[in-house]
Design a protein around this ligand. Structure first.
Ligand code: MLT
Ligand code: ZN
Length: 475
């Protein structure tokens, strides 16, 4: 990539106006480091377009000048996907001003939102129209829908509704060079050749810039039953998943596993979070049934199924939620685990998925490897067990040396991912590749897959300006 032309800043200002181009180091700083402080970069400028036309002109200019463009949303990536490299030649493209809900179509159960909309804004717009948008993550108050689309985000409702990819009907995308793919279709059926939009979902901005999307809505949730369940072992979670799916007529929307150390971190570091049980248990499950029918007796269904599981000793104890306040408290316990881990010190994160049937065996093998090989770390596992997705994280033990602990990151990552591979799993379930897992993708994707990905990249972005070095190494 050649150096940007000296007059670049001026040409950027011609497109987006003086206010739309940040070059002052203090203004740019928040866009140049990820939220965990693990990835840092430099940029020629941070540009904040206000319209589709702006994005189109910017990608036209950057393509002709061969300037790398790093799309940036809510900056909640775990893989450094939205941070430029340290060359100082890339441009950060913040979508924050493209933040309009363009339309809600209640008849079609769909909504069109611009990329810079905060996820919670999309949920609220759906709710105000009497509908439900199911994507839900801990960072929903700050992550942006463009980032959710670009990373194919998951979260706590995937078991019922699928990942972001499953929720998309149409996309508007600006391609390198400035052409616009006007694909905001709201059709549910459209078998007209290759599904081009699908390529942008999970591409992490390496093929183009998503500027808007039409997503699916669902009937509003009118009945819920929620419980925190204590378990003797991971295997019990998998057994209970099958039992509960059958007993509830598949009404489970969330099925979240929490290990004892994860619960301890949340109760220790997050004010207002407490353990609802008097005894300590090795594993917990936050499970929620939900329905759009207000009259559905979900509490009864859950109580009966958990009662049967208690009798069979699959479950050790259960706390059923009796009010919205208690429900919010349990969700706070689950969703504050990542923040609690940050308070505890450094952590090594592994966002893995496995076939549900082998989850328990994997955890046994991997936990024993960690016990033997990471003396200064403590396994803090939690995650979306209903989807086979674990956040298999390791927190630095109290009093240990941070740098020495972090120095183990590569060898621990290799060992965990090798074991995941052996068990038929994935090293990236829902957080993407970004710049931190490019080597892992090269290691675990098949040569055919990699060749196809590189061919797609060349076809969409022949000059390699889109988020260079993310997902695939620069060629
Ligand atoms: C979560 O499920 O809480 C996040 O995806 C994982 C994390 O923040 O570690
Ligand atoms: Zn997660």
């Amino acid at each position: 990539m050649t150096a940007p032309a000296p007059a670049l800043a001026g040409r950027l200002r011609e497109i987006v106006g003086v206010d739309g181009v940040l070059t002052d180091p203090a203004d740019c700083a928040p866009f140049l480091v990820d939220h965990l402080g693990r990835c840092r970069g430099r940029a020629v400028a941070v540009v904040q377009p206000r319209s589709l036309a702006h994005v189109s002109q910017l990608l036209g200019l950057c393509d002709s000048e061969r300037v790398g463009v790093v799309p940036h949303g809510g900056n909640t990536s775990y893989c450094g996907g939205a941070i430029p490299d340290d060359s100082g030649r890339q441009l950060v493209l913040s979508l924050k001003h493209l933040n309009r809900i363009r339309s809600v179509d209640v008849t079609n159960y769909s909504l069109t939102a611009e990329a810079g909309c905060i996820l919670s804004q999309v949920q609220q717009a759906a709710d105000a129209a009497g509908c439900f948008f199911p994507l839900s993550l801990g960072s929903q108050g700050s992550c942006q829908i463009g980032g959710n689309l670009s990373t194919n985000a998951g979260g706590v409702n995937v078991l019922r509704y699928g990942m972001m990819r499953d929720l998309v009907l149409g996309l508007e995308v600006v391609l390198p060079g400035g052409r616009v793919l006007e694909g905001l279709s709201s059709l549910r059926k459209d078998n007209t050749g290759y599904d081009i939009k699908s390529l942008f979902l999970g591409a992490e901005g390496t093929l183009g810039v998503i500027t808007a999307a039409t997503v699916k809505l669902f009937p509003q949730i009118r009945a819920r039953a929620t419980a925190l369940v204590a378990l003797p072992e991971v295997r019990a979670a998998v057994t209970l998943l099958g039992q509960l799916r059958a007993a509830s007529g598949d009404r489970i929307s969330s099925f979240e596993l929490i290990s004892r150390p994860a619960l301890e971190l949340a109760t220790r570091h997050i004010p207002g979070v407490s353990d609802p049980f008097t005894a300590a248990h090795p594993w917990y499950l936050l499970c929620e049934l939900s329905s759009a029918r207000a009259a559905e007796p979900l509490d009864e269904v859950l109580e009966e199924a958990l009662g049967a599981a208690l009798t069979r000793a699959t479950v050790l104890d259960a706390a059923l939620v009796r009010s919205e306040r208690e429900r919010a408290a349990l969700w706070k316990l689950r969703e504050s685990i990542p923040e609690a881990q940050r308070h505890e010190g450094a952590s090594l994160k592994h966002d893995i998925s496995l076939p549900v049937a082998v989850l328990a065996d994997f955890v046994t093998r991997a936990a024993s490897w960690i016990g033997a090989n990471v003396p200064d770390g403590r396994l803090v596992a939690y995650g979306h067990v209903g989807d086979g997705n674990l956040h298999f994280n390791i927190s630095q033990s109290a009093g240990s040396d941070r740098e020495r602990f972090l120095g183990r990151a590569d060898s621990v990552r290799c060992a965990v991912h090798e074991l995941v591979h052996e068990f038929g799993g994935s090293f990236s379930a829902e957080h993407g590749i970004g710049r931190l897992k490019v080597g892992e993708l090269e290691r675990y994707a098949s040569p055919v897959e990699l060749a196809l990905m590189r061919a797609v990249k060349r076809a969409f972005d022949p000059h390699g300006i889109m988020n260079p070095g993310k997902v695939l190494r620069e060629q």
